[in-house]
Each structure stands twice: as C-alpha cells, then as structure tokens.
Design a protein around this ligand. Structure first.
Ligand SMILES: Cc1cc2nc3c(=O)[nH]c(=O)nc-3n(C[C@H](O)[C@H](O)[C@H](O)COP(=O)(O)O)c2cc1C
Ligand SMILES: Nc1ncnc2c1ncn2[C@@H]1O[C@H](COP(=O)(O)OP(=O)(O)O)[C@@H](O)[C@H]1O
Length: 319
C-alpha cells in the first residue's frame, strides 16, 4: 500500500476506484466498503484508493479537541493495508480545505488529481462546503465528468447497523469490549511506551508496566480493570490492565498499567501493543494494601478463567 500525505502528492498511471471518509475504527461496516473497493479495482484493472482526512473534521470545524478516536493514523494505515488497499491519501483537513464547494472538490480532486473511474459511497454521504451536496449531486457530477457512482444502500449499511460513534460510546461510557470487538471485527488495541512508575507494584507481588499511549487523541476505554494480551519479545502473554486514578492512593495520576501473568523481565522503554479483550470491573477504593492485593489475586483468577473459556470470534489485528 502506498501512502500519500496530501491529495496533490498522489500520482498513478492507472484509473482509480475511490472512496472517502474518516473510517475511524475501520470496523466491519468499513471493511465491507473497502472490500468492494479492492474487488472493483481488481476487476477493472485499476487501483483502489481511500481518501481520508486528518485531523478529524470535528476537531477542526467544531474545534472539539475532546473527541477521542478509535484509531491513530498509524493504526489506520496498518488496518487498511491488511485489507489489500492500494493507495491511502491522508489529506490535512483544515479550514481552507473545508471551503471547497462540492463541484470544486469533484473536479479538482476526484477527476483531475485522482482520475477516478468510479467512486463507491454510502447513500447518506454528504460532502463539499457545509456538506451541501449529496449522492444525487455526485451522480450528476459523475455523468458530467465521466465516472461511475456505486451507492452503498441503506439496507447494506443498516444491516450491519454499526457506527464508529456506537463503538466509541461503548468503550468510553461502558467499557463494553465484547460489543466493541464484535463491531470492529478485531480486538481493540493501543500502543505506547513503558515508563517508570512508583515501583510499588513489585512490592505487592504484581509489577505493572505503566504505558504512555502514543497519541493523546487515542481513545482508551472507561476507567476500570481489563483482560488484555500483548506480544512480549515475540511471545503471546496474557495480562490484566488497570486504567484510571487508582483511588486507593491519594492524588494518584491517571495511569494505564498492565500486569502480565507468568512473565518476568524488564519492559522499561519498550514499545508495547496491548489488545483489550474484556472488562472485569470498575476501579475500587480499598481500605489498605492487603485488601488491594486480595482483589488483585481475584482479578488474576478471573483473567485466567476468561482465557480458559475464550473462543476468538474476531481476528487479532496483526494476524
Ligand atoms: C489488575 C489491576 C487492578 C487494579 N485495581 C485497582 C483498584 O481497583 N484500585 C486501586 O486503587 N488501584 C488498583 N490497581 C493499581 C495498584 O493499586 C497499584 O497502584 C499499581 O499496581 C502500582 O503502580 P506502580 O506501577 O506505579 O508501582 C490495580 C492494578 C492492577 C494491575
Ligand atoms: N509480569 C510483569 N508484568 C509487568 N511488568 C513486569 C513484569 N515483570 C517484570 N516487570 C517489570 O517491572 C516493571 C513494573 O514494576 P513496578 O514495581 O510496578 O514499577 P513501576 O512503578 O516503575 O511500574 C515493568 O515496567 C517491567 O519492566
């Protein structure tokens, strides 16, 4: 897969089958669209292309920096590459770009720059300045400029009834990993670097790798305790993760910490990828360390039980 950092950098001598959107999460609804795109490009001897925008239009137009996204740009690249996409164009979405009228966008970008033979798009897609144009306008432009428009119907989209917003809400408000992972079609994951903590974990018999996530816009599920898995030095390792402020300790900062089961070694400064499989419980405030350690032992038991019954319904992202 080739990645382009702007529309104007794109070049290809083949005609292109394109789609556009944010594709946050690259969930199974998105995967269906990308599959159509890749198949259609193969069938016509052309190349597939996804045009995506970064930062998220909501961050720019509504100046809403509180929005957390399911994927970092790096993750999106990885997921789209795995689906066999030929070209990913990441256009900086800024005020200037948002001012393109629908026809300017179609002519300058889709026709002159991408030379599309076809665009595949959802029935409810709106585009251009102030989102004024819809699929019927796009079809009219298609006739004018000579490209096909393949509409993804309401039935096809509603059939899966999945949206990035639903997944974000499930993770942020409930911590519902089962629903999120089912909708994503892969196990939700994040990456980050292991930093030094308070060195308390080891004294409790549960050392925890404290992870600082790569991008601050990456959505981390609601505070609580989770079953996770990582590859450590090439070995698949089970773990339990605590996300939150650890209320047992006064003024504890927000941390993301993983205790890996049956594993011992130094993880400082390593970059880890953590896949989140299930939620165990909310964070609790304990009366003392004994009570905390008793609960950690219980969490460990729950984690082991989870794995002994776990049947993978979805593929891990990197396999
Ligand atoms: C699986 C797991 C669950 C945890 N649950 C809680 C909790 O409910 N309440 C709490 O105050 N701390 C909780 N902790 C955090 C520990 O109390 C402790 O702060 C941490 O393991 C030590 O941090 P350190 O790496 O900075 O030494 C949990 C830790 C783990 C690994
Ligand atoms: N099973 C394990 N799970 C997590 N980290 C471990 C494990 N065994 C050893 N470690 C190491 O111990 C560190 C965590 O120990 P801890 O006492 O909690 O220190 P810190 O407060 O710096 O995180 C990890 O960063 C890692 O280098």
């Amino acid at each position: 897969m080739k990645t382009f950092s702007s529309i104007s950098n794109f070049e290809s001598d083949k005609r292109v089958v394109a789609t556009l959107g944010t594709f946050d999460g690259v969930h199974i609804g998105h995967q269906m669209i990308i599959k159509k795109l890749v198949d259609s490009a193969k069938a016509t001897g052309g190349e597939s292309l996804v045009l995506t925008f970064f930062p998220h239009p909501r961050m720019v137009l509504k100046q809403d920096n509180s929005i957390r996204l399911l994927n970092t740009i790096e993750e999106k690249k990885e997921l789209l590459k795995g689906l066999g996409l030929d070209n990913l164009v990441i256009q900086k979405f800024d005020y200037e770009f948002s001012q393109h009228t629908a026809e300017e966008f179609v002519k300058k970008v889709l026709v002159d720059q991408f030379n599309i033979s076809k665009i595949i798009i959802g029935y409810d897609h709106r585009f251009g300045k102030n989102r004024t144009a819809d699929i019927n306008d796009l079809k009219a432009f298609g006739e004018k400029y000579g490209f096909e428009v393949e509409e993804i119907s309401a039935q096809e989209i509603d059939h899966v009834s999945i949206s990035s917003t639903k997944i974000r809400t499930a993770l942020e408000e409930v911590g519902d990993m089962t629903l999120a992972n089912e909708f994503l079609g892969y196990e939700y994951y994040f990456s980050g670097v292991v930093v030094h903590g308070k060195k308390l974990g080891r004294t409790l018999g549960f050392p925890t790798a404290n992870i600082v996530v790569d991008e601050d816009y990456k959505l981390i599920p609601k505070n609580g305790v989770y079953v996770v898995e990582s590859e450590l030095n090439g070995e698949l390792v089970k773990g339990m993760m605590s996300v939150g402020i650890n209320p047992t300790f006064a003024d504890h900062p927000y941390t993301i910490e993983v205790n890996y089961l049956d594993w011992n070694g130094d993880l400082y400064d390593q970059k880890l990828k953590v896949r989140i499989l299930d939620r165990i419980r909310d964070e609790l405030k304990f009366s003392g360390l004994d009570e905390l350690v008793a609960k950690l032992k219980d969490d460990e038991r729950v984690t082991r039980e989870f794995f002994s019954a776990y049947e993978r319904k979805v593929v891990p992202s990197d396999r």
